[in-house]
Design a binder for this molecule. Structure first.
Ligand SMILES: *Cc1c(COP(=O)(O)O)cnc(C)c1O
Length: 434
């Protein structure tokens, strides 16, 4: 019978990893006087301890300067959105003029689709994953209707093969080729929120371009989780939220990527011709001349409509700074180790208890981030209740899917062994699956 590692063994792994110190930079929710085993960083990331101070700076500057805070503040509000560019480039592999932090995720998805989903003639189809995150599906269907189309015929929803849980890349590429010149746009979640599958964004983008379609990704579950090279992959557009892996606070600001070719060319103007516009997208040099004609920024900022909601965005900066300090390549390396360790623990607990625990997430580390989605066959919500009652915070989806993400910035090997112990007791107490 396979033994579970001891807590001491797990603590040794934590001590040996220099990145373990970043856990100290976050507030861990408590359960009975101890840190919870917090595995829902894919849903709402933890609060960086620097968040409060970051907010206080802006509140103090507002109190001190009033409107003059736009220029006199420690982080002048007039250019506040520019503070996030370096961090976002680090995480996305974008060039500085390709990213901007603004709005909410679904709002940004709409703004980007306005520019990049342009059905014309017989080229009207939009391709996405079946069971995409509901908000994305609502956005896609409403965009199709906005253009006078019919989601029943214009939305292609790719489902896994019969009996499988994940899309095969070859099937995605084949579906794109099949749709051919009827395909207007591909829009897929870079990491699937349910299975944790990481898609091959480079290959999907190339396939879309080969049939003349545009290609974008919703990176809600990819940002801060997996390495991204949006510029080199030639992705047309992407958007994400910052309250999941990016730890920027509930409902915090989203961000977008627009590839260089759409924002500037040799003449300083890009290929994007359709866009909803507002004053904060106007060329910064002359933004405050308040001219009636719109002159777009030669950057992703052209999509920015409003001045920055500073209080919403203050935490985003300190949260991004932690990623830059730790470095995404090092975090990915730790993430691979934590996730493999968790996978081993789940297998060990299954073997020790006889429970049928199935992992929906790909076993290939190159095809996943840190999330594992585990089905506890035959167990019901009582298993989830047991986990929560013992300080394990995970996400539960019917019928019995536990989604959990060991986040490299703050989860520890010790968290994982403590979790395995709680899981094992729960499975034993609740009795074997039928
Ligand atoms: C979390 C998530 C959303 C949430 O959208 P908001 O506009 O931020 O509320 C949308 N799409 C995906 C794929 C998500 O994972």
């Amino acid at each position: 019978m396979r033994e579970l590692p001891t807590l001491e063994a797990a603590r040794d792994l934590d001590l040996a990893d220099p990145l373990s110190r970043f856990r100290e930079s976050f507030h861990l929710p408590q359960h009975e006087g101890k840190d919870t085993m917090y595995f829902t960083g894919n849903s709402l990331g933890l609060q960086p301890k620097a968040a409060r101070q970051a907010l206080e700076v802006e509140l103090e500057d507002w109190a001190t300067y009033g409107v003059e805070g736009h220029f006199q503040g420690r982080n002048p509000w007039v250019s506040y959105h520019e503070r996030f560019v370096d961090g976002l480039c680090h995480l996305t592999g974008a060039r500085p003029h390709e990213v901007v932090a603004m709005n909410g995720l679904t709002v940004n998805l709409h703004l980007l689709l306005i520019s990049f989903y342009q059905p014309q003639g017989t080229r009207r189809k939009l391709l996405c994953e079946a069971k995409a995150f509901p908000s994305d599906r609502y956005a896609l269907c409403s965009q199709i209707r906005l253009h006078g189309g019919n989601p029943d015929t214009d939305l292609i929803e790719l489902a896994p093969r019969e009996g499988e849980h994940r899309l095969r890349t070859e099937d995605v590429l084949a579906a794109i080729a099949d749709a051919g010149d009827e395909l207007a746009t591909v829009m897929i979640g870079g990491v699937n929120y349910y299975t944790g599958q990481l898609h091959n964004m480079k290959a999907i983008t190339a396939a879309a371009h080969a049939v003349g379609a545009s290609c974008g990704f919703d990176l809600a579950h990819a940002m801060g989780n997996v390495p991204l090279e949006l510029h080199n992959w030639n992705v047309d557009f992407a958007c994400w939220c910052s309250y999941k892996y990016l730890n920027s606070g509930p409902g915090a600001v989203s961000g977008v990527f627009v590839h260089e070719r759409h924002v500037r060319d040799a003449n300083g103007r890009g290929t994007a011709t359709r866009r909803l516009e507002g004053w904060w997208g106007h060329d910064a040099e002359s933004r405050f001349k308040m001219d009636p004609e719109f002159v777009p920024m030669p950057s992703a900022e052209a999509w920015q409509m409003s001045n920055a909601p500073v209080l919403n965005m203050a935490v985003h900066k300190v949260a991004l700074d932690l990623f830059v300090e730790a470095g995404m390549p090092a975090l990915r390396e730790r993430s691979l180790r934590l996730t493999a360790y968790l996978e081993e623990l789940v297998h060990a607990v299954a073997e020790r208890t006889g429970a049928n625990l199935e992992i929906l997430t790909p076993t290939d580390p190159a095809a996943r981030g840190c999330q594992l989605s585990v089905v506890a066959h035959g167990y019901g919500r009582s298993l989830f209740d047991h986990l929560m009652a013992h300080g394990v915070i995970v996400d539960w989806r019917e019928p019995a899917v536990i989604r959990m993400a060991p986040v490299p910035l703050y989860n520890s090997f010790e968290d994982l062994v403590r979790f395995a112990q709680v899981l094992e007791t729960g499975l034993r107490e609740l009795g074997h699956a039928v």
